[in-house]
Design a protein around this ligand. Structure first.
Ligand SMILES: Nc1nc2c(c(=O)[nH]1)N[C@@H](CN(C=O)c1ccc(C(=O)N[C@@H](CCC(=O)O)C(=O)O)cc1)CN2
Ligand SMILES: NCC(=O)N[C@@H]1O[C@H](COP(=O)([O-])[O-])[C@@H](O)[C@H]1O
Length: 217
């Protein structure tokens, strides 16, 4: 990166353990493409907050209030997000569905990792659903976030086998390993301005990616 290019300001939103946050923090160690400038959690006990503190990364909590409407929560969340002035917002196990107003405010600047081979199994409990369906493969998808849940253009996917004796936990662990490889890769591509979302599609180095995103080498 030449001197006048500024580092990409990465803001990570979490709700839990933060193993994907950790993978992204570790991938920014060389300070070449981006820097995690903040972590926001909707859960005060999220272990990912500890991970951020261990790296002296600023953290905020935006906790839902009893009876609060979704748009009221998202208005508070937007204030917290904008305080960091992020170039990229990374949802890493952030377990709230975001309103169209908030998503549209960051269209093309917000990505998510989903634990399935989208468009299969949007939503929750993806590992158990794959096991119950008798699938022999499963995986993870990194996609840009649009208002429709888990329906944004896919940048990259990773596949894992499903074994007959697998529990949902076994499968989750196998998927996690792949997540920790593909998410930092996509974050780096976006920070390097190699990957963009345009007209509802992903483009990597100017080439439109197909429905399933970039095909790994
Ligand atoms: N508008 C969008 N919001 C979000 C997207 C998206 O693509 N568009 N991705 C999700 C991430 N996600 C799956 O990858 C996901 C997160 C949460 C839920 C969900 O049903 N949440 C419930 C609460 C569940 C809980 O508290 O355990 C809810 O918000 O009512 C589904 C999918 C992030 N947001
Ligand atoms: N629908 C969203 C969803 O289920 N996301 C999933 O939450 C986990 C977070 O793990 P982490 O906190 O260790 O990164 C990840 O497996 C991610 O794919």
């Amino acid at each position: 990166m030449d001197s006048e290019q500024k580092n990409c300001r990465i803001l990570v939103l979490i709700s839990g353990s933060g193993s994907n946050l950790q993978a992204i923090i570790d991938s920014c160690d060389d300070h070449l493409h981006g820097e995690v400038v903040g972590v926001i959690s909707n859960k005060p006990d999220a272990y990912g907050l500890i991970r951020a503190h261990n790296h002296e990364i600023d953290t905020s909590c935006v906790i839902a209030r009893k009876g609060e409407e979704r748009n009221e929560y998202d208005a508070r969340l937007k204030v917290a997000i904008d305080r960091y002035q992020p170039d990229l917002i990374v949802l890493a196990g952030f377990m709230r569905i975001l309103t169209p107003e908030l998503v549209n405010a960051y269209l093309g600047k917000m990505v998510n990792i989903h634990p399935s081979l989208l468009p299969k199994y949007p939503g929750l409990d993806t590992h158990q659903r794959a096991i119950d369906a008798g699938d022999n493969e499963h995986g993870a998808s990194v996609h840009f976030v649009i208002p429709e849940l888990d329906a944004g253009p896919i940048a990259l996917q990773a596949k894992v086998p499903v074994y007959r004796e697998d529990t949902a936990e076994d499968l989750a662990q196998r998927v996690h390993q792949q997540e920790h490889a593909i998410y930092p890769m996509v974050v780096k591509w976006i920070c390097q301005k190699r990957l963009i979302m345009k007209n509802g599609q992903c483009y990597l180095d100017g080439e439109s990616l197909g429905e399933q995103g970039h095909a790994p080498d």
